[in-house]
Every structure is written in C-alpha cells, then in structure tokens.
Design a protein around this ligand. Sequence first.
Ligand code: SME
Length: 166
Amino acid sequence: MAEELHIRQGSKKERYEALLPQIAALLSGEKDQTANMANIVAALKQTFDFFWVGFYTVKEGELVLSPFQGPVACTRIRYGKGVCGTAWKEARTVIVPDVELFPGHIACNAASRSEIVVPVIAGGEVKAVLDIDSSAPDSFDETDAHYLERICKENVICINNVVCIQ
Ligand code: SME
C-alpha cells in the first residue's frame, strides 16, 4: 500500500495538527518498534525538514542510537550526559536554544545549533528519547514541546520492558 504524507502549509501549530493524525494512521496496526520509530522520524523530517531527528533507546543502562534521519550520529550516550542523557535522567523535555550554552552538550555534528529532546515514558520509566536538532539557533519552543510530547505519549505502549510505538 502506498503511504503518502500530506504536508500542510501554515503555522507550526497547524502543521503539527495536520501531522498528528497522519502519524497515528501510519502506525495503526503495527507494533514493531523500529518500523514505527522510523516512520515517526521520517514524518517529522518530511514535514519540518529538521537537520537531524531521531530516537535513542534505553538499552542496558545507556541510550543507544535508533531510527533517525540526518547525518551520522553518536551511537551511545550515558545517563545524565548531554541533552539526551539529561532528558532521560530528569524525565522531562529539554529545550536548548543555543547548544554552545548547554553545559555538557554532546556535539555529534558541529552544524547543530539548537535542540529539543522529549522523553518517551512508559510504565513510569523513560524508555527512549526523541531528539531533534536544528542548524539554526532558537528553533524550538513550547509548541514543539507540546506536540512532540503528544507524539511520544499518544503512540506509546510498553510490553515486556520494550517500547512499542503504535
Ligand atoms: N546533542 C545530543 C547528542 C545527540 S545528537 O544531537 C544526534 C546531546 O547532547 O545529548
């Protein structure tokens, strides 16, 4: 079956509003974590043309690189390290307007200027994080946080300690 994303022009809010039901439809009936993470990051990349968008999954006490779109990236991030490790440790969304001002920021790519990281929480634990990088400063705000949190929350179920995005 052909899958097609309809990208709405308009404000950031309008584009997220159009995107959310399409992500739900894309994931509908599919429980494979890799497949679903892959389609979420592809849909976000296609809609907003972010510099880098991807998941890191908690595996054996570390964040491990998972489906992403963009340049090659760091494969493992430790608990509490960088923006991703901070979002994991604090179980909250972290918005970084200027990566150079975030102590401990991990520069996987020198072109990244601002970043948002949203935890995927299931069963009261962070199971993964969604990380988005922009090549422009100050690209992310509360609108991004709101909708990205909804994407992570509304599409997650947890089975046997494994994040299944559906
Ligand atoms: N900058 C992130 C590392 C991941 S890359 O941006 C893809 C961090 O500080 O955790």
